[in-house]
Design a protein around this ligand. Sequence first.
Ligand SMILES: [Fe+2]
Ligand SMILES: [Fe+2]
Length: 170
Amino acid sequence: MFDLKLGILRTLHEEHVAMLGVLERLEALLAANRPNTPPDTSRAETASLLADVATALGGDVTHHYEFEETHLFPRFTEFADPGIPNMLRQEHEIIRPLAGRLNALIREAKDSGFSAEAWAEFHATAAEAVEREIFHIQKEEMGFLPALDQILEEDEDGPLQMAYVEIKGG
Ligand SMILES: [Fe+2]
Ligand SMILES: [Fe+2]
């Protein structure tokens, strides 16, 4: 693993790692419960996984994406190349509604579990979201964050960290 000198980029990296952990658990749930057999959401392990997925794909994705789009993609475009930020932004735009739909289905399942129809939709949507988000994170980890670590000045670290705190609080 590379060493990032800017704390804000290490924060994003840690969020990627945490997200991959949740996605891995979600993939295991999908593998264990085929599209036509909804899981028992009253099981504590399943309920807590769905709660973690809702958090990861709700506020976490919203804030993380917004910060990248507002503060990092413009810098990268200015100092390097617009192609990569444009591609990453398009991926955000595809993943965001998938995440929103999964969260809505999790909310609906909260009291009495997934209907057969809802689970089939959740299964298909989650499989797509997991695949796209993993690929997205891999791209950011391999090219985007290391390049930004070269592009950004160290004295930008503090203001960027504060800007991120503001996005998360607001
Ligand atoms: Fe991103
Ligand atoms: Fe990211």
